[in-house]
Design a binder for this molecule. Structure first.
Ligand code: SAM
Length: 233
């Protein structure tokens, strides 16, 4: 009975927070029209035509509208459409949808990703979003990026997957990674946000990893891990 009440309370809290985010999005709107206006339509059509019959999973990103809508929500949920200009680093930036919107809003942006999918490079080019090519690895520091950032984000991440062991990064890998972000790449008081991917069996994290995030000061809401003002060490 006690456990039932606990789960019920958690579910209610999640439902409430999601509803609050939805309400905020509809109050503080971010119309897509002016954002889309900056895209070279002819170039985009040519890309879409080329990827139309592609069986590759990533080909879905050529149809940019749903991804712009998803990333608009990400921008709204982090309130970056209502903020003074910030420097934002997005890890595993993919085609750069999130950073494209931010750039249009006046923020200064940098993406970081591996260079495996040519469609991502083409989209980044069309969006005019700069990217550093780098493979994030456990226990390896990021390169010098020449500046510090007010925000470091990463959405639907999979750099935390260890192949072929099919093991997710645990607290030790995350601790190294977070320290590097915090100490070398984030301004004092900056924010870090991760949107985790459910992988290798469907969980976002083990209870041990969730506990680690909480001890480092994160607000943990299912896949959303938010270090407001940075992580605590
Ligand atoms: C599922 S996609 C998400 C893309 C984007 N963040 C989004 O939400 O649309 C994962 C991204 O992480 C990148 N990625 C995967 N492993 C990586 C690694 N070890 N280092 C850097 N980027 C990586 C992929 O190339 C891809 O762009």
């Amino acid at each position: 009975m006690k456990l039932y009440h606990k789960i019920n309370k958690l579910t209610q809290r999640l439902t409430y927070r999601r509803a609050w985010r939805r309400a905020q999005r509809s109050i503080f709107r971010l119309p897509l029209g002016p954002l889309r206006a900056g895209i070279d339509a002819e170039h985009l059509r040519e890309i879409q035509h080329r990827y139309a019959g592609s069986p590759a999973g990533y080909a879905k990103y050529a149809n940019v509208d749903p991804w712009l809508r998803l990333n608009r929500e990400r921008v709204q949920d982090l309130k970056l459409h209502r903020s003074a200009p910030k420097r934002v680093l997005d890890l595993g930036c993919g085609g750069g949808f999130f950073l494209f919107i931010l750039k249009k809003l006046g923020h200064s942006v940098l993406g970081l990703d591996i260079d495996q999918v040519s469609l991502y490079a083409e989209l980044l080019n069309i969006f005019d979003v700069p990217r550093v090519v780098w493979r994030i690895k456990a226990f390896e520091a990021l390169p010098d990026l020449g500046q510090k950032f007010d925000w470091i984000t990463a959405f639907s991440i999979n750099f935390n997957l260890d192949y072929p062991t099919e093991r997710l990064w645990g607290p030790t890998e995350w601790d190294f990674f977070l320290r590097d972000l915090q100490q070398r790449h984030l301004v004092p008081g900056g924010n870090i946000f991760f949107g985790l991917n459910p992988t290798f069996g469907g969980n976002y994290y083990t209870p041990e990893l969730c506990d680690f995030f909480l001890r480092r000061g994160a607000d943990v809401e299912r896949e959303r891990i938010f270090f407001k003002g940075g992580a605590h060490f």
